[in-house]
Design a protein around this ligand. Sequence first.
Ligand code: C2E
Ligand code: CA
Ligand code: CA
Length: 737
Amino acid sequence: MPGAPSSAVAKFIDLLPSWLPSLRTRFVLLVAGLFLALSVVMIMVASYLDLRDEEQRAVSDARAIGATVSRLAVPHLTNHHYLILEQELESIAASGVVELAQVLDPARAVTIDSDPATSYFDDLEIHPLVKQALDTGIEQTRQSRDRVEIALPVRDMDQNSVLGAALVSVKRSSADGILMTIWGRNIVITLVLLVFCIPVTFHFAANFVRPIKALTLTAHTVSAGNFDAPFPVERTDEIGVLARAYRDMVSTIRHNMVRIHELAYVDPITRLPNRESFRQHFTASMFDEHGEANRTAVLFIDLDRFKRVNDSYGHDNGDALLKDVATRLRRLLNLRLREGGKGEGDGPLHGPLAAPGAAPSAMVARLGGDEFAIAMPADKTLAGIHALAEQLVQCIEQPLEINSLTMAVGASIGVSVFPDDGNDYTAILKNADIAMYAAKRTGGNRACFFSEVEGDSWSPDRIRLEADLKKALLRDEITIAFQPKVDCTSMGVVGAEVLARWQHPERGLLSPGSFIEVAEESDLITKLGSRVLELACEQGRFWLNHGLCLPLAVNVSIRQIEKPGFTTRVLDVLEQTGFPAELLQLEVTETVAMADPERILEATKPLLEAGITFAIDDFGTGYSSLAHLQRLPFNSFKIDRSFISGLAIDRHSRSIVQTIIAMAKSLNYEVVAEGVETEDQFRFLRAHGCTTAQGFLFARPMPADQFEDWSKAFEKRPSLASGDARDQTQASPSAAA
Ligand code: C2E
Ligand code: CA
Ligand code: CA
């Protein structure tokens, strides 16, 4: 059972916190309790000591009186003056301290006492203590709560013989009285001290608890989301240590939160908001506080030719390009916002997410890959958005210098407007995407509004297109068209460019514009290119067998060249079809050729040795360096169509074309002008020494059988110099192709 009380105490201590929730109250009660306990202990000690002192005093008083009575009794016992002795004892007792004084003469058996009611004649009973003193010859003491009795032998003057015995009974002061005095006095002192001590303790406790309260307040502020709340860390005590530990913990949490937020909402390459962030921003600012739709335009930006840059210049440079594009977009948008009366940073271009019902603001985000998106408040006329889209195209078009490489991409932009083009985020983004593909399909580097896109003219579903293309390759739906190349001086047909076509079962004959990019991005380009080469060589061989010796130029993509086995595949096709290598030319676009000259050199070496020639396609768009050009194995430049179409209107184009022709001459290259549509263009080119021309002026790309008819008709016609080339072309069957 000894465990019972201690377990009860433990239980009580356990329960205490639930009764006393406040630390301060508990502290005050603890101090008061300790103080009271201490007071009780002190009172008890004081009581014990006082009672002991009183007892000792009572005994020594009794002893002194006993000795006096004993000395007093000696002459009276010797002379038997009992009466005098009785009177003297009575007067001693009259003082009140002595309760009883008694002397015994054993020789005569006379007892003399201080009680006036008795006399020594009476036969008084002898006190047992007196008997003992006589028997033993030494002093006998007996104490009780209210008296001390002492009996001692009475000896004669010489202390030799015992004459009798004396007894005194002395009254003690009351123990209760003593205790009452002690307790009374101490309780008053304790109460006075308590009255003083409780407020002081309370004050100390409040001081002690204050930093804890401050810490608690900070913790609440932090948990409400404000990580900048100050901690009371300047203290040197344990609370300071706790506060510092707490502050460190919060800063770690804050750091992690920032990291988590970044991972969730920020694109790591460009530091722009990511797709999710864009979605949340758009969704939050769709409606104003009255539930009215905020007119917002989404500009979906997809870079043209980024895949090529990435593949050719490597991912690091690709990333650098994306970063640069992001900076340009951000700068342009900030500029627009400032022009529109909003200060920089007013719109959270890459800042925190908009709160629901927030005023619409602009945001630029990277959706992934080479896709960016801008959300922008739009007015009724969309004039501002039109202008912005235009500026974006121009801004992205500017070539970029990274690690002494010059890169250029374009932008295809699709615009859809909330709520005109859709009533939720998904619809708006999808429609902007559709508009973007329409822009891409029509040549890229331009913007297209969803409202202007024709409904069924094309499929936005690239995945389906890819799957269809895969099937097309298996089902032999890929065919080729030939576009003649005409010698500018002799006006003879000196070759043809082979261009891929897709005989789609539902959509009819498709041009490469609608499938080459999907093919490049899905890697189907290798199969497609290989198939085109095969078809071209078969046709070339067929013509050779029938007396038509026509050099053919086939387009190859960087993806094909990069694939191991490209060289072997080309040589295999030549061997299988029996088409002579000297009649085959491969066209590689300038940007690709310049991106990785080493790779091109390596891949083309065996082909060059076999007799195949190479042409740089779309020349003038890629910022080639002359040094690189000279090292590469090209025999031919094809001046990009855009410069030829600009000849009539643009002085800049004229000087570029002149420069390209002059450069080609000095390097002893053939120059092919692409996209020659008018006689003026042709005359200009011929006058400046262009060797070969290709374009609708002579013929559109056409199937093999039509090409035969066309070339026969073209051979027979009179000289172009007379100015009738156009009539001739239009009369030819190809004009309808
Ligand atoms: P490209 O190599 O620059 O081919 C010339 C394109 O210009 C052809 O378009 C042709 O129809 C067009 N063209 C020719 N003369 C004129 C003209 O006078 N005016 C105008 N406006 N256009 C003219 P097409 O056939 O649609 O081919 C587009 C592009 O697709 C080609 O551009 C080429 O880069 C690519 N491509 C075509 N076939 C293949 C192929 O088999 N493999 C690869 N990798 N790419 C191909
Ligand atoms: Ca070409
Ligand atoms: Ca070209």
